[in-house]
Design a protein around this ligand. Structure first.
Ligand SMILES: Nc1ncnc2c1ncn2[C@@H]1O[C@H](COP(=O)(O)OP(=O)(O)OP(=O)(O)O)[C@@H](O)[C@H]1O
Length: 311
């Protein structure tokens, strides 16, 4: 069964902003990245899935239960982007109050609280007051609250944005651990480079619309690029199936080029073509694109199609 499923789910604010027409299916035990710049509709989507906002149209299900119902909410954990906990409580007291809200049986509470405190790396610091916590410590306690009821689905809205590099790595490790436990993690982020190593599947959102979605490995294959080192400093006679090329630098009697192809299959073809023109090929190195590149690729495609539509 899909863990999260939506059909044309839309939430706008008086017809503006928000997110429109999202159809997706998310399976078990993966990290799903919902990625896009600020204001692209990520938080609106998560809040709609959690039943905190009423959909404008469309429908959604969490583990088969319609969104907004108690049954669907019982199965989720949520770390909001901007959260404020009562800062006179200690970290431990906050977790105790959450345990009560989640109706964790009294006999199991201490053990479960100890477990999550350890998981988020707060052991020994949980008796301090939240008012004295750094942003990173507050984020860790927030994460502990989100996973306290051992949810099957965990929504994390920009979980690493307040953290230093060590904290970010800890959160990434925690997400990997939770995924290994079979949890599904729905992760909102605008920090593309932060999450690309972690996400199994992604949706890339821009201005309230999904531009592209799918397994991260498949999206990376869009417009493969290669670096090619060729003999000579003159403009190379690249074949017509090269979409773009650009001189990166002169390396003695050779030149390093960045070449964009339509298809990975064109890599051997281009080497063969250059050799047939008597041009020495000294190095061919596929360039692994980053999520940032994939994101820009789809944003540009969308801008181009909007331009054509407006003509
Ligand atoms: N309560 C609201 N009333 C009116 N418009 C809103 C409201 N909340 C969000 N919006 C608008 O909806 C759009 C999407 O906002 P949203 O906060 O969902 O984006 P986001 O991708 O989560 O952004 P960020 O990364 O900054 O949190 C924005 O244009 C925003 O101005």
């Amino acid at each position: 069964m899909d863990v999260i499923q939506t059909r044309s789910l839309t939430k706008t604010y008086d017809g503006k902003g928000g997110i429109s027409d999202v159809t997706l299916s998310i399976g078990e035990g993966i990290v799903y990245g919902f990625l896009g710049p600020n204001g692209s509709g990520k938080s609106t989507f998560v809040r709609t899935l959690l039943g905190l906002l009423q959909p404008t149209s469309g429908e959604g299900f969490i583990l088969g239960e319609p969104i907004g119902t108690v049954k669907s909410r019982e199965q989720v954990g949520y770390l909001p982007e901007l959260f404020r906990y009562p800062d006179w409580l200690t970290g431990r007291q906050l977790l105790e109050s959450h345990a009560e809200l989640c109706r964790i049986p009294v006999r199991q509470r201490t053990k479960r609280i100890d477990e999550v405190i350890e998981l988020v790396g707060m052991t020994g610091r949980e008796r301090g007051r939240i008012s004295g916590f750094s942003k990173g410590m507050a984020q860790r306690i927030g994460l502990a609250c989100a996973i306290l009821n051992d949810p099957k689905v965990i929504f994390l809205d920009e979980p690493t944005s307040a953290l230093d590099p060590i904290g970010r790595k800890d959160v990434r490790d925690l997400m990997a651990y939770l995924r290994d436990q079979g949890k599904t993690i729905f992760l909102n982020s605008h920090l593309l480079h932060e999450v690309e190593s972690l996400c199994d599947e992604v949706s890339i959102v821009h201005q309230g619309e999904i531009m592209v979605q799918g397994p991260w490995r498949d999206l990376m294959r869009a417009d493969p690029q290669v670096e090619i080192v060729l003999e000579g400093s003159n403009a190379a006679p690249f074949p017509p199936y090269v979409i773009q090329y650009q001189k990166i630098k002169l390396e003695g009697v050779r030149t390093r080029w960045l070449v964009q192809l339509e298809d990975e299959k064109d890599i051997p073809r281009i080497v063969h073509f250059l050799s047939s023109k008597q041009i020495g090929v000294h190095e061919v190195k596929p360039v692994t694109p980053h999520l940032e590149d994939v994101f820009m690729h789809w944003v540009n495609q969308k801008k181009e199609s909007a331009y054509v539509d407006n003509q």
